[in-house]
Design a binder for this molecule. Sequence first.
Ligand code: AMP
Length: 192
Amino acid sequence: MRLILLGPPGAGKGTQAARLVEKFSIPQLSTGDMLRAAVKAGSPVGLQAKAVMDAGGLVSDEIVVGIISDRIEEADAKNGFILDGFPRTVAQAKALDELLAKKHMDLDAIVELKVDENALLARIENRARETLAAGGTVRADDNPDAFKVRLDAYRVQTAPVSAYYASKGTLKTVDGMMPIDDVTKALDKVLG
Ligand code: AMP
């Protein structure tokens, strides 16, 4: 199962992806997680990405396409993968088409979690509160200001990615505003 999960920040992609990982025994490939790991490790990619990420902007297509191209070749992705947070721009979607064609791989599904943007800010604030209450650390880009920038970046650069797949007739949508378990059930249904 090779799958793309689309949807704005805070839509619940990470939560649902974790469940699909269990169901299909495939890895969740989150460019956000991989970039955060690179920042933590202080690698050249991480050093380049940190300031952009902290401000809620988008890291260059070249960097993220390179990361994904290498990652999907790894042994644990042999039976498939879930792309979470990638592609984020139409240029990335086109680059992904090209690299999958080169690697003779097909996508099985592209699913968008549709959510009400007004409810997202409340969801992000809640996520930050819960993380703090559990003794965790809140991501630097999960504060309301950076979140708004991320949402704007989504609207301008990533919403067209859904339109790109819709125009190819390959986009499926699920209502991401439902309770978490209902979203999971709806995803199971569209994935067959
Ligand atoms: P996320 O965890 O998916 O919200 O990603 C956190 C941050 O990592 C984003 O705000 C971007 O700065 C960066 N990022 C993650 N994935 C991508 C991508 N596909 N293209 C560009 N930047 C990305």
